[in-house]
Design a protein around this ligand. Structure first.
Ligand SMILES: Cc1cc2nc3c(=O)[nH]c(=O)nc-3n(C[C@H](O)[C@H](O)[C@H](O)COP(=O)(O)OP(=O)(O)OC[C@H]3O[C@@H](n4cnc5c(N)ncnc54)[C@H](O)[C@@H]3O)c2cc1C
Length: 387
């Protein structure tokens, strides 16, 4: 593992750190997701104005052409600053890179600038009630009509659909073709006729994701992304970015801050004397160190121009266990008041630890379930026979 940074990468990280020091903001407490999203749009526009969004995108599309190492360093600095993550995450991390790889020049010029400054939020319409881990079994269909397609079907788990202007959607364009070959990718106007968005309230109390019903929703020809019936390759690009390297760097720093806050809370309320709590804190520290080592290895690989392969499944599993253990530990630290009271990162915010614990249940599902990650590790890293 070679951890020496090139001088230009160090300078890049310093520039980012300095920007966040001068411009980083702490959001006010939000009464609703609407307020949070409105604030998030303004914050992302501020970042975009100084070209700190989509930094690895080509400069002609608003990025800085940053290398993978610089993106990782940027994510560390961003998380360290404590500033909230950009609101148009699906647009920046999934739709944008997919459009850059498969979109026409006209589509890129139309959509990319509005993704960067959050003028138009995107959502990802891939999962369906019968197609999650096995995405190729999706049943939503696109029927060719004059000037485009009419799309009919049901999507689910669609994060931020209620705020989105565009949805990156997979639909079956050739019902008779082989499963993976008859799929195409479209940009759907989420405000258009035939699109019915129904928020789903989670155990956290928020409706982060939605069901989306498509009833012959019309999509003009120029909103096909990539070639007809070639949507599986387009989806491959999206999913590679979803399981990419941005996420673990940010999560490492956020959890380091959480563990610090938890330790201080345990000292304050005398819970450190409980051996279970003390052991839990030590265990959380170790698990976070393991994630940090994984990240260092990734950084070292990226620096050599390699791409992280199936070991990103291992990183995801490590993160899942770590965040779920730490969230459980938080309730042990809070103690008997756990159902009533909580606070995060030293700020008064009632119920924040409890909310984190509830959200952590999603960690073993979102972005690919733990079972599926274990299969990838077994088959592709350990060389076990395929099922
Ligand atoms: C917070 C959150 C946000 C999300 N946001 C989006 C979004 O914006 N857009 C979107 O398209 N999707 C989104 N998803 C959906 C996510 O991608 C799916 O939930 C995930 O792919 C799993 O699919 P599923 O829920 O249909 O479960 P299934 O695939 O039905 O799995 C059910 C259970 O069976 C197990 N299983 C399935 N196949 C296998 C196998 N081959 N071997 C062993 N076990 C197996 C799974 O591990 C799981 O325990 C989101 C999910 C979450 C939790």
């Amino acid at each position: 593992m070679d951890l020496a940074l090139r001088p230009e990468d160090e300078a890049f990280a310093l520039e980012a750190r300095e920007w966040f020091r001068r411009h980083g903001e702490t959001p006010p407490p939000f009464g609703s997701m609407d307020e949070e999203v409105a604030w998030g749009r303004r914050w992302q526009a501020r970042l975009a104005a100084d070209r700190w969004v989509g930094i690895d995108w080509p400069p002609e599309h608003g990025g800085r052409g940053a290398t993978a190492v610089q993106v990782a360093l940027f994510n560390l600095e961003y998380a360290r600053s404590g500033a909230p993550q950009p609101v148009n995450r699906v647009g920046i991390n999934l739709a944008g890179p997919t459009l850059l790889a498969h979109g026409s020049e006209e589509q890129r010029r139309r959509w990319l600038p509005r993704i960067l400054d959050a003028t138009e939020i995107w959502c990802q319409l891939y999962s369906e009630p019968g197609a999650g881990s096995d995405l190729a079994s999706l049943a939503t269909r696109a029927d060719a009509v004059e000037g485009g397609w009419r799309i009919t079907g049901q999507k689910v788990w669609t994060s931020y659909a209620q705020f989105a202007r565009w949805g990156l959607a997979l639909a079956r364009t050739d019902p008779d073709g082989p499963r993976q070959r008859g799929i195409s990718c479209f940009a759907i106007d989420m405000e258009g006729p035939g699109v019915d968005i129904r928020p789903l309230v989670q155990i956290t109390g928020d409706a982060e994701f939605n069901e989306v019903f498509l009833d012959a929703a019309f999509v003009p020809s120029d909103r096909l992304i990539g070639d007809l019936d070639a949507g599986w390759a387009v989806a491959g690009t999206t999913l590679a970015h979803e399981r990419g390297t941005n996420f673990p760097f940010k999560e490492q720093v956020l959890h380091e801050a959480r563990l610090d806050a938890l330790y201080r809370l345990a000292v304050e309320n005398g819970r450190l004397d409980d051996p279970l709590v003390a052991d839990g804190l030590a265990q959380a520290f170790v698990e976070l160190r393991v994630l940090r080592l994984h990240n260092w290895r990734t950084l070292s690989r990226l620096g050599r121009g390699e791409v992280p392969g199936p070991e990103s499944s291992w990183v995801k599993l490590t993160w899942t266990a770590m965040t779920q253990h730490l969230s459980q530990l938080a309730l042990d630290v809070v103690g008997e008041a756990a159902p009533l009271w909580g606070r995060a990162d030293g700020n008064a915010a009632d119920g924040a630890w409890q909310r984190q614990w509830l959200w952590s249940k999603a960690a073993s599902i979102a972005g690919g379930t733990s079972e599926v990650q274990r299969t990838i590790i077994g088959e592709r890293l350990l060389g076990l026979p395929r099922r």
